[in-house]
Design a binder for this molecule. Structure first.
Ligand SMILES: CC(C)(COP(=O)(O)OP(=O)(O)OC[C@H]1O[C@@H](n2cnc3c(N)ncnc32)[C@H](O)[C@@H]1OP(=O)(O)O)[C@@H](O)C(=O)NCCC(=O)NCCS
Length: 211
């Protein structure tokens, strides 16, 4: 993940973050991903409320909202997870993200994705870079680092670091360099370099999927 990448304060900017979440889910209120992002944003925001006496009822409200969204969507996204900008949840069901995981900007997760501990007695969860597209059913386990512009294939089990601009597929995941990159980072093996900042979400998705 880039050092110093601009992040919104998850507490202070609750409404701005929610507006962005709505845009990322194409304004579809029926999108289960959005049902999860609302309690998530609320949960983050409540930490910014100073007086403990005021925070207590907000925490109770958060617990109720989170449990309901979990039951309705099968997605567990605790508000302790650090999520970057423009996070998108495609589809729903069986998505579990551990509280100590860190996700960069423009990360996409899909149904069946687990991001969490490798073993119960082995603390530490993945740190995921920017523009990482995680395929359906993929499991990312343990204290690993996933670079920027990475695609994780469907059903991959990733237990080692994945360098930027690569694809991880299979069980355990093997790493393949990407043919095209969406960043202009050093080490990008591609002749075709796209600047993600000049692309909108749909273009970026197209670029990622066409790799
Ligand atoms: C990884 C993925 C993006 C393909 O990337 P790609 O750049 O087109 O890669 P290729 O198809 O050329 O495959 C490269 C190698 O990875 C293998 N591979 C691709 N996807 C794989 C997967 N999910 N599991 C295991 N191996 C896979 C291919 O067999 C090929 O192996 P080889 O080099 O031994 O021949 C795609 O297969 C994938 O898994 N996408 C996830 C999409 C998704 O989750 N869709 C669900 C929507 S609900």
């Amino acid at each position: 993940m880039e050092e110093g990448s601009v992040r919104r304060d998850p507490g202070k900017c609750m409404f701005e973050n929610i507006r962005e979440d709505i845009r990322m889910h194409e304004g579809k209120w029926s999108s289960q991903g959005l049902w999860v992002m609302l309690p998530y944003r609320f949960g983050c925001w409540r930490y910014s409320v100073g007086p403990a006496l005021l925070r207590k009822p907000l925490s109770v409200a958060y617990r109720v909202m989170k449990t309901l969204s979990q039951i309705l969507t099968g997605i567990d996204l605790p508000c302790e997870v650090k999520v970057g900008r423009r996070f998108r949840i495609e589809h729903f069901g069986g998505i579990i993200i551990s509280g100590d995981a860190i996700l960069g900007d423009d990360v996409v997760v899909r149904n069946g994705v687990t991001i969490g501990l490798k073993r119960r007695d082995d603390p530490g969860s993945p740190v995921i870079g920017n523009r990482v597209d995680i395929g359906a059913g993929a499991k990312l386990l343990g204290k690993i680092r996933i670079g920027d512009d990475v695609i994780i294939g469907a059903n991959a089990v990733v237990i080692t670091d994945v360098p930027s601009n690569s694809i991880a597929v299979g069980i355990p995941a093997r790493i393949i360099p990407r043919k095209k990159c969406v960043s202009n980072q050093e080490g990008c093996p591609s002749a075709v370099v796209l600047n993600p900042h000049s692309l909108n979400a749909a273009d970026l998705e197209l670029a990622v999927l066409s790799n």
